[in-house]
Structures are given as structure tokens and as C-alpha cells.
Design a protein around this ligand. Structure first.
Ligand SMILES: Nc1ncnc2c1ncn2[C@@H]1O[C@H](COP(=O)(O)OP(=O)(O)O)[C@@H](O)[C@H]1O
Ligand SMILES: [Mg+2]
Length: 317
């Protein structure tokens, strides 16, 4: 099956004022999003997330490289009609909520009863049925974001592209959006969402990509990315610090060894075989937040000073 969204070796440069300076927003950016997945697109401000989304939607053109959305070249009108899009900064006409969502439904080819029914369903999904007659000019940012979401889903698109969809939502609304996206995915739809809210992404995404300064620094399933990062701290007594290359001396004749989670067992066996004793084994569990900071700040992966440890007994191994 072809990818739903495909960026191929894209460079996007913006020209600065008076063409003096160019900004490279995307640098050899390649990514594939498959059908039926919730894909989280992560990165700090200025990483290039919105640029990548605008390229896919055909709002801007790549400087180099190419891409496809739903099998068509970026900007193709037929493909666009099967896509629901929520922009980062929602800008909506000042109309009553229902009129507005109807308008977007009609723009995407819905008519008659279907248009009425889908409009009502979309407003219900985002929890704004009771506000459907109110002019959106009076709406809060969170409500506007929900109207934005309603216009993105009204035509039952195959692919939903959401740029920072929950940034203005309160926790309850966030929860509702999360449930909606999972429901959407269960119906075989694809969701591509950019976010800097890592905890959200960790909860619902099947795969994530981390972007930093226009470059893709990591892709994978959240659990995989985290597992490969887990390390174990083993504190032992009764063996020489020279027994392990990474060992450090601790008070009371103890040594501290930091190993990858999959080397834990062999490390403990080695300590025992050398006549040593295990004092403690603790997991250095990393959150997606830690991983994100590490990938986007250039911090040393060996710098564990700020990461809390979760102690466990040697018996628990
Ligand atoms: N229209 C534009 N003109 C010039 N520079 C831009 C434009 N849009 C974005 N940029 C620059 O491109 C980089 C990526 O921006 P953007 O795609 O908005 O990142 P993100 O959405 O991850 O915050 C930033 O350095 C930004 O300043
Ligand atoms: Mg952005």
C-alpha cells in the first residue's frame, strides 16, 4: 500500500528581507506516514513542522525535492478534498458556528441533508452543539480551536492533518480530542498531528518523528524509542572499580555502573562471578520529554544528573 503522506528529500528555504538571508526551514526532509496510523510530528518552535504541513497542503512549494499526499503530488485539488486540515492559528470568518462549519462542508462538496447531518455531527463531536447558533467572533481560543477541528472533520476526510491541535484546549477538551482521534483511527483513517505537547503524543501516537532545525532526528514507535534509551544503574560492593570500564567509585567501597537495560543481567552475573555483592539496581526510566530535550538540545546522552531514578531491589530482576 502506498504511503498516505510522503516527503521525499525536501529542502525548503525562505528568502529573508531584501533577499539578504535565506532561512532553511527543512533540510533534506524525508518521511512517510502510512494509512491508519496516528503520527506525531514533534519539534520545538521553529523546527519546521508548520512548513512541512504547508508543503503537503500545497500552500508553499519546496525549494528542492517532492512529495505526495494520498497518492497525488502536493497541491493536487482532488487529494485536498479528502484531507481535513486544522491550521496552527485558526482564523475563521465571523459567522455563527453552524453556518461556518456548513460553509466548509459545502466547500468540500457536501450538499443537502448530508451537509446538515455532518455539520451537526461535527459540532457534536467537538462538544459545541449547544453553541451552534453563536457567532464565533465571541468564542474563546479553545472554542475556536474546536470549531477549527469541526471544519476539519465535517467532510469525513481520509487524512486529518492537525497543526498543534490541542495547544489552546483545557484538559477535559484535550481528553475529548484524544478520544476522537483514537475513534477516527479505529475507522481506518490516518492522522498526522504536530505538537510540542509530548505527553499527549506519547498517549495516542502509533509513531512519532522528532524534527530539529529542519532535520529529522528520530522516528519510531514511542515505546521503542524509550526502551532503547532505558539504562540501569547497578551499585555493587566487594569488587574492584577496574572490573568494569564505566564503573565509578562510590563511598563505603561501593562502585556504580551504568549499563543499557539489556546488559543488566550479564552485569549482575559478572559481579557475582567476581565475588561481588549487589547493593541496588535502579532503572533510569526516561520519558519522551527527556528524549525530546536530548534530541533537540544536543545534550549529552550520558548526562543523567536531572533524571530521577526508580529504585528496585535486586530480587525484582
Ligand atoms: N513565511 C516565512 N518566511 C520566512 N521564514 C519563515 C516563514 N515561515 C517559517 N519561516 C521560518 O522557518 C523556520 C521553520 O518555521 P515553522 O515551519 O513555522 O516551524 P514550527 O512550525 O516547527 O514552529 C523558522 O526559522 C521560521 O522562522
Ligand atoms: Mg508551527
Amino acid at each position: 500500500m502506498p504511503a498516505v503522506l510522503e516527503f521525499h528529500d525536501i529542502i525548503k528555504e525562505y528568502r529573508g528581507f531584501f533577499r539578504r538571508r535565506t532561512v532553511r526551514a527543512l533540510d533534506h526532509f524525508t518521511l512517510q506516514v502510512e494509512q491508519g496510523e496516528i503520527f506525531g510530528f514533534l519539534g520545538p518552535n521553529g523546527a519546521g513542522k508548520t512548513t512541512a504541513i504547508h508543503l503537503a497542503m500545497g500552500f508553499v512549494r519546496p525549494t528542492r525535492g517532492s512529495g505526495r499526499m494520498l497518492g497525488q503530488r502536493f497541491g493536487n485539488a482532488d487529494a485536498r478534498r479528502k484531507v481535513g486540515f486544522l491550521a496552527e492559528n485558526v482564523a475563521l470568518y465571523h459567522r455563527p458556528a453552524e453556518t461556518l462549519v456548513r460553509f466548509y462542508g459545502a466547500l468540500n462538496g457536501l450538499t443537502g441533508e448530508t451537509l446538515t447531518r455532518r455539520t451537526r455531527e461535527a459540532l457534536k463531536t467537538v462538544g459545541l452543539s449547544h453553541e451552534s447558533g453563536r457567532n464565533v467572533a465571541k468564542f474563546s481560543r479553545g472554542m475556536l480551536q474546536r470549531i477549527g477541528l469541526a471544519q476539519a472533520i465535517v467532510h469525513d476526510p481520509d487524512l486529518l492533518i492537525l497543526d498543534e491541535p490541542t495547544s489552546a484546549l483545557d484538559p477535559l477538551a484535550r481528553y475529548a480530542v484524544r478520544e476522537m482521534l483514537l475513534d477516527w483511527r479505529n475507522r481506518g483513517k490516518t492522522i498526522f498531528l504536530s505538537s510540542h505537547l509530548l505527553s499527549e503524543v506519547e498517549l495516542i501516537c502509533d509513531r512519532i518523528a522528532v524534527l530539529n532545525r529542519g532535520r529529522l532526528v528520530r522516528t519510531g514507535r514511542p515505546a521503542e524509542l524509550l526502551e532503547s534509551r532505558e539504562e540501569v544503574e547497578v551499585v555493587a560492593r566487594g569488587i574492584s572499580v577496574t572490573s568494569f570500564p564505566s564503573a565509578e567509585v562510590e563511598p563505603e567501597n561501593r562502585i556504580r555502573i551504568l549499563v543499557r537495560a539489556n546488559e543488566q543481567r550479564s552485569t549482575i552475573e559478572r559481579i557475582w562471578s567476581l565475588g561481588g555483592e549487589i547493593v541496588s539496581v535502579s532503572l533510569r526510566k526516561r520519558s519522551l520529554e527527556d528524549l525530546f530535550l536530548e534530541l533537540t538540545s544536543g545534550a549529552s546522552p550520558r548526562d543523567f544528573t536531572k533524571i530521577p531514578t526508580a529504585p528496585s531491589s535486586p530480587e525484582a530482576i
